[in-house]
Design a protein around this ligand. Structure first.
Ligand code: SF4
Ligand code: SF4
Ligand code: SF4
Length: 297
């Protein structure tokens, strides 16, 4: 299977957010929003950020178009970029995150230990974790875009791509998506959008999400030279084996506790209220008599 990629063309996007809804629907992700629950912050971006149940948002940035009325709407896509040199895969100590056969970065939730190193390492601040905002605790498990491998494996496009009416999203061979993006940028330049450019072709050694940025990078709040932070890279070399070792030690400790507990059971006792005796239910023997006046004997 050749490498695949999602193409997002901001110059075709209408900001309808249907892709956000399709992602939630296909992946059975609940919405945290109730009617009027989001405080008005002057932006039509909604929800404002990725979350533990939100893998994709369309960003709304308004730019001054230099005219008396009107703005340059820069609609952006914020989700996993499916990097070739993926910081999240590099730091994950449990092997939960990996590249699939199409080059997309996916994960095995069963292997997630909830350490959240992937979020710290990602230059796009993408991974989120279910349970991390749960004040009652519970297991913390990664949640991020997977590229919909369950659709792609059956010859379908990802859910977000399938739903896009203006054709701002596409999916196919990575080289084809890059060629379409470059052609579109050339057209935008001809139309006077001088800052239009392709993003994701070379970043992080090549992403599997390719952007056409109509207004140039600054209006989309994307990093110009995304990198795995040196400190994360260095610490992952030390921390990754240590965390894995710690994880193994915890499992081993639990196993020892379990094995040493085999065969042990609490005595089953009952209390005779009239005689004030504590009785072993299995044998009927009096284990203890409680003398109300003198205390136990
Ligand atoms: S469905 Fe298409 S047009 Fe609508 S917000 Fe998503 S990318 Fe933009
Ligand atoms: S964008 Fe972040 S989460 Fe996605 S593959 Fe790259 S490093 Fe990993
Ligand atoms: S590829 Fe699938 S998981 Fe990723 S944003 Fe699109 S619908 Fe959501």
């Amino acid at each position: 299977m050749t490498e695949q990629a999602i193409l997002f063309d901001s110059s075709r996007c209408s900001g309808c957010k249907a892709c956000q809804v399709a992602c939630k629907t296909w992946n059975s992700l609940p919405s945290p929003l109730e009617k009027n629950s989001q405080e008005w912050n002057g932006s039509l971006q909604c929800p404002p950020d990725l979350g533990s149940n939100t893998r994709l948002i369309i960003t709304f940035n308004e730019g001054d178009n230099g005219k008396k009325y009107g703005v340059n709407w820069a609609f952006g896509r914020r989700s996993c970029m499916h990097c070739t040199n993926a910081a999240c895969v590099n730091v994950c100590p449990s092997g939960c995150l990996y590249h699939d056969e199409y080059g997309m970065v996916t994960y095995d939730a069963e292997k997630c230990i909830g350490c959240q190193y992937c979020r710290s390492a990602c230059p796009f601040d993408v991974p989120r974790h279910k349970g991390s905002d749960d004040i009652l605790g519970g297991s913390v498990v990664i949640n991020k875009c997977t590229g919909c491998p369950d659709r792609v494996a059956h010859g379908r496009k990802p859910a977000c791509v399938t739903t896009c009416q203006p054709g701002a999203l596409d999916f196919g061979d990575r080289d084809d998506m890059i060629a379409i993006a470059e052609e579109r940028v050339a057209l935008l330049h001809k139309k006077g959008f001088d800052k239009a450019r392709v993003y994701g072709k070379d970043e992080m050694d090549g992403c599997h999400v390719i952007y056409v940025l109509k207004y140039g990078i600054e209006q989309y709040e994307l990093p110009e030279n995304p990198k795995i932070m040196g400190s994360v890279n260095a610490s992952s070399k030390v921390m990754k084996p240590l965390t894995a070792l710690g994880f193994v030690a915890v499992i081993a400790g639990l196993a020892v506790c379990y094995i040493s507990g085999i065969g042990y059971h609490r005595d089953t006792m009952r209390y005779d209220e009239k005689k004030h005796d504590v009785i072993d239910v299995d044998t009927g023997e009096v284990i203890k008599h409680i003398d109300k006046e003198a205390g136990e004997r």
